[in-house]
Ligand binder design. Sequence first.
Ligand code: MG
Length: 161
Amino acid sequence: MMRIGSGYDVHRFGTGDHVMLGGVRIPHARGVVAHSDGDVLLHALMDAMLGAAGAGDIGQHFPPGDPRYRGADSRDLVREVVRIVAGRGFALENCDLTLVAEVPRIAAHRDAICASIAAALGIERARVNLKATTAEGLGALGRSEGIAGQAIVLLREVDSA
Ligand code: MG
């Protein structure tokens, strides 16, 4: 059996000198406002995985008001989501991520981001795809007020449920 899930996350820009994307630190003139590390790619990915497994969303598993998750490294949360999904009898077949951002541009970081995501998931690099697009200047994202991430995942049922 296969199960599909989708996730979406957005964070507004704030003070700072970098953004975290897929667990990779990308130097940038601004940071993002977030309780955790504000990694929109990993947050969208986790919501997609939880959704596909019928396990709710990251807000339920990692409440934003919980001090344990303040400044959390989202890769640690991804590892926990992998455990939650495995506990329901599923493993990730593949994931397809889209970053929507005018800035920063990530072409030079794409391979590192995919490798980082695959490592956090404990899967082969070939199962992770990352795309990037701009908002063509339209709306809040187009005005560079923040960045957004979207994820689609496919889970496959595994024997060791
Ligand atoms: Mg988030």
